[in-house]
Design a protein around this ligand. Sequence first.
Ligand code: NAG
Ligand code: NAG
Ligand code: NAG
Ligand code: NAG
Ligand code: NAG
Ligand code: NAG
Ligand code: NAG
Ligand code: NAG
Length: 795
Amino acid sequence: MTGSPFILVVLFASISSGYAAATRREAPSNMNGRYVVASGGNQGVPFNDDYGSKGHEYFDVYSPEIATHYGEVFWTDMGNNAIPKEIVDRFKGKVMAITGYEQDQVMVSPTGKPGENPDEDVSVPINWAYNHHYMAWMTGTHSKMERIQNPDPNDVSAHGSPMKWIAVDLPSATERLNADIPTNQMFSEGNGGESRKSFHGYPDGYAQLIDSPNQWHITPMQIDTRNRDCGVTPKDINNCTKFTPGPEPRQSRYGYGIPKEGTPYAGILECPCNSRYGGDPLIYGKDEKTKIINHHYSTISKTSCDVANNIDNAGECFDSVATLGINVYKNVTVTKAGNSAPHGCTVEKQGEGWYATYNQYQSSGQCSVSSTKMGNATFDIGVKIAVDLSDSTATLTIIGPVDVWFAVGFNAVQMSDSPYTIVVNSDGVQERQIGTCGSEAEHCPGDVLNTTVKVVSTKTEDGTRTVILSRALKGLNSKYYTFDPSQDSQIKLISAVGSSQKFAYHKNHSTSVLPLVSPQGSTCICDLGKTGSLCETNGTNCQTFTKNCVAAPAGDLLSQRNPTCNSEQYAGGLRCCAHKRIMLDADQPIRPELLRYHMKFRFWFKEYAVDGEQVSHYNLPRIYYQTEAWAGEYDIPPAFALPGYPVIGYPDWPLNEPTPGTTCTGTCPGGEDCECIHTITYKWTVSNIRLIYAGGHCHAPSCISMELYRNDTGHNMELLCRQVPVYGKGNVTHNKFDETGYLALPPCLWGNDKGLNPSVLLPQNTPLVSIKKNRNTHMGHYGEMASWQMRGVTF
Ligand SMILES: *[C@@H]1O[C@H](CO)[C@@H](O)[C@H](O)[C@H]1NC(C)=O
Ligand SMILES: *[C@@H]1O[C@H](CO)[C@@H](O)[C@H](O)[C@H]1NC(C)=O
Ligand SMILES: *[C@@H]1O[C@H](CO)[C@@H](O)[C@H](O)[C@H]1NC(C)=O
Ligand SMILES: *[C@@H]1O[C@H](CO)[C@@H](O)[C@H](O)[C@H]1NC(C)=O
Ligand SMILES: *[C@@H]1O[C@H](CO)[C@@H](O)[C@H](O)[C@H]1NC(C)=O
Ligand SMILES: *[C@@H]1O[C@H](CO)[C@@H](O)[C@H](O)[C@H]1NC(C)=O
Ligand SMILES: *[C@@H]1O[C@H](CO)[C@@H](O)[C@H](O)[C@H]1NC(C)=O
Ligand SMILES: *[C@@H]1O[C@H](CO)[C@@H](O)[C@H](O)[C@H]1NC(C)=O
């Protein structure tokens, strides 16, 4: 090993602002003061967390400026940033052993000039700007960052984005002297709100190795929580040190509002969905349209619904028939067993009209599977269509405004589906295939098709034009839609209206689904499940998703129906927290004052050395698992639904019954001694790993513990690591990082250093069990995490 001289070079740099100042100091010291670790340290000799005293060197780097409004989310990659030139030069063609790092977020002076006066850096309290998490990288001359299509939409490192950043080798990587040394390193251990007082260092002999480092990169996720009435500049740092929350959207804190007795944390740090995006109907009502929940009711081409899809009450039956746009002249509820109507919800034709029947009793009656069907659809832009399908012919009645062109496209939900389309105007009827276009914003008139429809009649009255057309069921070729009444139970349609008679860019457009019903016998209507979409105000830019939540027995998210798992239940978290979104309701104003600060990292390092068979440090690859597999986050519902406060995400949860995952002691929910805990567990298997560092990632303010057990033969539920957050007490004059209610997570470390437990090799197929607990007696929490951010070796 090479010894480092006890002269420490402190360097500052940032490519974007062009700073590279250098100063010298006598004694090195931790940037954030002293730390504790969770394992060892209890045999009287504490682990030495003071890097400088162990002869490690460091350099500091700053991110470009982050400038946000109150409630704003900052979550984007900040580009390629330089590390100090002296460091780059010194390690050209050499290997740096990164032995740990420290992280802070600082306001600098002068504003916008990081590194000019590091002694005047002012740490931004975590209750001003909440670091939800960060992912940082260091790259070298043989690697670069690349933004790739995310192959897995549930990949947590992308958090729902279709793209993600990774570090990749350059071709030169294979031609190096140090070809077995990594070209890049990632830093995402002990990240988040707990990052500053959580130790990110490794025992002697272990490090993150990197060849020829020259740049660093960060994608922070920040939420601005500073109440602007308290001031937002360095001189306001001592104002409102007892946390004073700013405005919060109504969905924050499960709709309970900011407690009158005060609160130590900002509800907006949990990314509550709100009336700007994703707000739940339980809070905002259905009219807000920020979360659109639909039962997928459908007519079917089968003799009965699958059992799971049965509609099981009369009200829902008649409502679903109405939702499908089927006009009935009566609703019939069967009151006695023995009726011939099929079981469940059906519609039937009688004379010229239709009626709906709900039969709760089992029945020998079956729905018809006929090859003649009919149905109607109405578009909210003033267009209607009736379809009547016989064995061979389709008769279409299309009604629209008399003064402009109008059109209906078949089997499509958007123009880019390139549908077969019938266009009607004062000249008559034209068949077209709409052109392929990248987005619906483009005008894609497509191609005129040879005529296959016969105009039976046209009529204009009361401002509408009605055309009746007939056509063979089978389309002439693949450009034409083919009607298949024996198979189809519904037809997806789009419609548009123009600004004049001349077919051109549409003035308005809409979609509809046309349910097909059989004119002979009954047609079954089934509930094919719920869907939900999260949308911006007024129901725009909607997104629908289902996460790959872990199923039992490996984990609990799916069996507990955790609301994080799909856009129907989703109530808060990363999906509502996109870059630049404001975590406030649409009617809450955006304050103009910007909070301006930088992420600051101090990297501690040594020179890597090889002496024959001996190396100074072993590289530590990342080992990462989620107790909330593979959702990337999860919700802690409040322990009970209370009168007037249904649980968002579990809207139908009954009163007086603990929510999924909750266990309580005492008299609950009302008693003073009631105490409840929410638990999730995850079980998996690892082979041949030796853990050196293990950090649990969980959030303020409800995290109780994370425990990691091995459970192989002879080691029945043997505790490997227990993470217990150290909560801040608010004595910030004594320690600036002691913000009330926020936390630090002392990691587990294993090694030969004084004060540590020795590391253990976990053999082939070792079952591991992670157990995560949160307090939820009176309050729930959105977007909590329970991941294990670990480093280790394989020997
Ligand atoms: C400090 O905060 C209080 C609100 O608690 C506010 O009235 C006062 O103006 C703030 N002072 C400054 C300098 O911003
Ligand atoms: C049948 O029930 C639906 C849903 O409640 C309702 O909208 C419709 O008006 C009812 N029709 C008749 C004829 O009662
Ligand atoms: C479709 O509408 C026509 C005209 O209003 C009506 O006669 C027919 O019964 C409707 N069919 C269905 C299935 O609702
Ligand atoms: C489009 O139609 C919708 C629904 O009828 C209506 O609310 C909207 O104002 C229309 N837009 C235009 C540009 O006509
Ligand atoms: C229309 O019919 C003509 C004559 O049969 C044929 O040559 C042409 O390819 C057809 N066009 C389309 C778009 O099918
Ligand atoms: C939502 O719709 C209302 C009423 O049309 C309109 O005043 C408001 O500007 C819309 N809001 C957004 C964000 O589009
Ligand atoms: C631990 O292993 C034992 C023996 O295989 C098994 O019975 C038990 O269910 C395991 N515990 C957990 C929490 O998986
Ligand atoms: C804050 O910490 C300082 C230094 O340890 C101590 O003197 C002071 O009493 C503490 N204040 C409170 C309120 O605990």
